[in-house]
Design a protein. Structure first.
Length: 267
């Protein structure tokens, strides 16, 4: 079936994350710790306890989490030293009661928030407090990926430049999105990724300029959207491909080619 392409409005949703405003427990300057409880290599005791870099004896397992929107989350925070009386989680979601045990598990059945920053904290017997943030990425594979030629309403002309447009709908986080344009099985190019801190799903349009030659008459173009979530991401990366658009050229009948009335086709 042949149909003219419709330009799709750029829908860039700049959504300010509301969940990231969850306050980190207030840090009161810790009094110097007795020297014997400090593991080797820790900074001088005058450093306030804040995060592992300053000698905070907290460990979160796993240390980084990449979770699909709607999936469950579990993280175990444990304290490796004596001298800490209370262990707690601070998250903008249901949290377990602080405990006097050596570990505390935070569990959510379905993660349906964006930009969450879980923090595990411990209170020292001496009155200090230290905490560690669990880096958490909530992702959502694209809902739909589609391709079209921008402003193409008729057959193509050789030697002209045309713009391919790949629309990736409702994907998060957009900074991890990689789009590749293809002609048949040939990768044509990968537009630059988006430098954005937006954590909620957005719709993003990528473009690629092409100047097809007549030998490409009937060539099929498509695009692919992939979330590259790193080593902590899912084993199988989320890849969504578009439909295909086919080029049709307007050739001069003098050259022995038939004029094709078709526009370009979507399958
Ligand atoms: C949490 O971690 C601690 C320390 O590694 C371990 O002893 C405990 O069994 C863990 N708890 C769970 C529920 O995984
Ligand atoms: C994807 O987007 C294209 C173009 O807007 C539309 O024709 C198609 O129906 C959409 N598919 C889904 C599954 O939403
Ligand atoms: C497409 O056509 C519209 C309306 O004529 C124009 O405003 C827009 O700039 C064109 N876009 C491109 C990429 O040529
Ligand atoms: C991304 O954007 C931030 C803020 O605008 C900027 O500081 C940073 O240099 C940019 N990074 C890249 C790789 O462009």
């Amino acid at each position: 079936m042949c149909a003219p392409g419709r330009p799709i409005a750029l829908l860039l949703l700049y959504v300010i994350s509301s969940a990231s405003s969850s306050p980190v427990p207030t840090l009161t300057p810790a009094p110097p710790l007795p020297l014997q409880v400090l593991p080797p290599g820790t900074p001088p005791p005058s450093t306030p306890l804040s995060g592992s870099a300053a000698g905070c004896p907290l460990t979160v397992s796993p240390s980084t989490l990449v979770v699909r929107f709607g999936d469950p989350v579990t993280a175990n925070c444990s304290v490796s030293q004596m001298g800490f009386s209370l262990l707690g989680w601070k998250v903008s979601l249901p949290t377990p009661e602080p405990t006097m045990d050596r570990f505390l598990v935070w569990r959510v059945d379905r993660i349906t928030d964006w930009g969450i920053q879980p923090v595990c904290y411990a209170l020292a017997d001496t009155g200090g407090k230290c905490d560690i943030t669990l880096p958490l990425t909530v992702y959502k594979p694209p809902q739909n990926v589609s391709i079209s030629f921008v402003n193409l309403t008729g057959p193509m002309l050789e030697g002209r430049q045309y713009t391919l447009q790949c629309t990736v709908e409702h994907v998060a986080p957009v900074k991890d999105l990689r789009v590749t344009f293809y002609r048949g099985q040939t990768a044509l190019g990968q537009p630059q990724s988006i430098n954005s801190t937006v954590e909620t799903p957005v719709t993003q349009i990528f473009t690629l300029d092409i100047s097809p030659g007549r030998e490409e008459d009937g060539a099929e173009y498509w695009c692919e959207a992939k979330l590259e979530l790193g080593l902590d991401g899912p084993e199988l990366p989320s890849v969504v491909t578009s439909q295909k658009v086919t080029t049709y050229f307007l050739f001069s009948p003098v050259n022995g080619y038939e004029l094709r009335k078709g526009l370009y086709c979507e399958r």
